[in-house]
Design a protein. Structure first.
Length: 277
């Protein structure tokens, strides 16, 4: 069976994304994003499920630094609805619960219920890890905020479901592989993703992006990040509508390449159906 790696414990939202997007692959947990990506590079796994941004919390820290470092390509994208559950050990009464454990982001996204119940918060490394922790503690009356999959994985009960403050809470994942998928299919809308570094001259970014306007190519995402600790030099991650074989995309990327010191095509892949909602 082919394998897909993810960062975190079994029951994490990344694990849930793996099961929903690739039910025929074996999900493999990793302690870090680096080990999840490294496993694909060495051939120990076939794909890696990597979160890049959340509709509430924004960009996942450090991910853009890693995407260009492992010589991997974007195979596809996946959007995972984040539905937080308040979990308890079997037999524990919610009225007796004083503390809730979870990742800092999940705690921040469930403030209404936490305040309503008057719970103290304990920050853990991840959501599924907090569920695993309370399941292993004898006589624990702490709660955990995690996914339904975490509840199933660790035999916990759902005291309150869908406790997230914002119901649109969704995480975008990129699925990474060793091969660049460039085959163009009729009637399939695609995205092209790149990392580039502009030359350190006035108006370099303005000129580099001009080709997208003149060629009629839509930019759906543009983010900068500092490299090698040098505040005078920045790299950019960009998502654009279209396939790399489209005439308009070719023209835009040729102009971008002219004004950059480095241009790496990370992937050409179909748009997820979530974008059509």
């Amino acid at each position: 069976m082919k394998k897909i790696t993810f960062q975190g414990e079994y029951g994490a939202y990344s694990h849930l994304a793996c099961t929903e997007a690739f039910s025929d692959l074996e999900p493999i947990p990793c302690r870090t994003f680096e080990s999840a990506l490294g496993s694909v590079r060495t051939g120990d796994s076939d794909l890696a499920m990597i979160p890049v941004e959340n509709s509430v919390a924004g960009r996942v820290a450090d991910i853009h630094y890693l995407l260009g470092d492992y010589d991997l390509k974007i195979y596809s994208e996946h959007f995972q609805k984040v539905e937080h559950q308040l979990l308890l050990k079997s037999g524990v009464n919610l009225k007796d619960v004083k503390c809730v454990r979870s990742h800092s982001m999940a705690i921040g996204q469930c403030q209404s219920v936490i305040k309503e119940l008057g719970l103290q918060t304990i920050v853990m490394a991840d959501t599924a890890g907090s569920a695993k922790y309370i399941s292993e503690q004898e006589n624990s009356k702490d709660a955990a905020i995690a996914s339904k999959l975490a509840a199933q994985t660790y035999g916990l009960e759902i005291a309150k479901d869908n406790i997230q403050d914002m119901q649109h809470n969704t995480t975008r994942f990129l699925i990474m592989s060793k091969e660049l998928q460039q085959k163009k299919e009729e009637n399939v809308k695609c995205l092209t993703s790149c990392i580039f570094e502009v030359r350190s001259v006035p108006s370099a970014l303005y000129k580099a992006l001009g080709g997208f306007a003149t060629n009629g190519v839509n930019i759906t995402k543009l983010e900068s990040f500092i490299v090698d600790g040098d505040f005078n030099k920045a790299q950019f991650y960009i998502d654009i509508d279209g396939h790399i074989e489209d005439k308009s995309v070719k023209g835009a990327l040729e102009e971008l390449d002219f004004y950059t010191d480095k241009l790496i095509v990370l992937g050409v892949y179909p748009m997820h159906e979530y974008r059509n909602q």
